[in-house]
Design a protein around this ligand. Structure first.
Ligand code: PLP
Length: 296
């Protein structure tokens, strides 16, 4: 079946009661060149995976959207309207096993002549997910890259917005290009005080024995919705969970590790800076089956 790609709903009048959905033509231009989303990356987003028409971890994504808005001093998004937008888009992709919806909210159009605060702009769109067979089964090669921020950055320098899902992902993209220059696929960021953080678009999960561990959000990393769902299910796979600091040696000596995220799901790490890491194929398949089949 042909993919109904780039469906677009524009969410207008974001703040408070006036929020409503407007259907927009995805092939026509929608954003103003004066929108600070385009000129400054000043806004937030969420990417929500859709399994056969069902948004996955939707409430957690909406809550995180609101959290990012607070961190950027944006008006609180009306989550009822955003939920409707996601559900409407997801419904149209029900014929596809895997798809995703993106929601974005920018501070809005900056009108230098008019003055006054910009009016926020919001939009949501959806498309079919690419194939991730290789990443989910064979695994990914990662490199450790220094993020240049201490693990207490959220407390010392909240204006750096560490752990907010902002539209300014140029640094995250640059890190992936650096990984590719080094012959790898992806990145695990390390804090300047030597603690493992997260991937540029994913959460790190490490298995040591029967315990899955992920680093604390307090280190200025995005609280991952996929990791939370996996940890909630771990018990049924006979695994304990822990949220605690991890060092590069913890990763290098792990029994298995994954970068987990909403659309790619669980990608097993098969090497770190060129040194092989075991891939736990059965657990990876179990995780990905569970993530794919979520209905909420
Ligand atoms: N960390 C960062 C920086 C991300 O951008 C993402 C998702 O894009 C994640 C972690 C994983 O979050 P989630 O599992 O909610 O997709």
């Amino acid at each position: 079946m042909t993919a109904p790609h780039h469906l677009l709903l524009v969410v207008a009048g974001i703040a408070g009661e006036a929020s409503h959905l407007v259907e927009a033509d995805a092939d026509a231009a929608q954003l103003s060149v004066l929108d600070v989303a385009a000129t400054r990356g000043d806004g937030i987003f969420e990417t929500i995976s859709i399994g056969q028409g069902h948004p996955q971890a939707l409430e957690a994504h909406l809550q995180r959207f609101a959290r990012s808005a607070r961190m950027l001093d944006l008006p609180a998004p009306d989550l009822t309207v955003w939920r409707d937008a996601v559900l409407a888009l997801a419904h149209r992709l029900a014929d596809h096993d895997e798809a995703w919806v993106k929601t974005a909210l920018s501070r809005g159009v900056e009108l230098p002549a008019a003055g006054g605060p910009p009016v926020p702009t919001g939009w949501a769109y959806a498309t079919v997910s690419p194939q991730f067979r290789r990443e989910r089964t064979e695994g990914i090669d990662v490199v450790l890259l220094d993020r240049g921020l201490r693990s207490d950055v959220s407390a010392t320098s909240p204006w750096l917005l560490a752990g907010a899902k902002t539209l300014s992902y140029a640094v995250n993209r640059a890190a992936v290009r650096e990984a590719q220059r080094r012959g790898a696929d992806d990145v695990v960021f390390v804090s300047s005080d030597g603690l493992l953080l997260e991937g540029p678009t994913s959460t790190l999960v490490v298995r040591r024995g029967d315990t899955l561990t992920t680093p604390p959000d307090a280190f200025g990393i995005l609280p991952g919705t996929t990791q939370v769902d996996l940890f909630a299910a771990a018990d049924q796979w006979g695994l304990a969970t822990a949220v605690e600091p991890l060092s590069p040696d913890d990763l290098r000596g792990a029994d298995a590790a994954w970068l987990v995220s909403s659309v790619r799901h669980a990608a097993p790490v098969r090497s770190v800076d060129g040194a092989p890491l075991p891939v736990d194929a059965p657990l990876t398949a179990t995780m990905n089956g569970f993530l794919r089949d979520r209905r909420s």
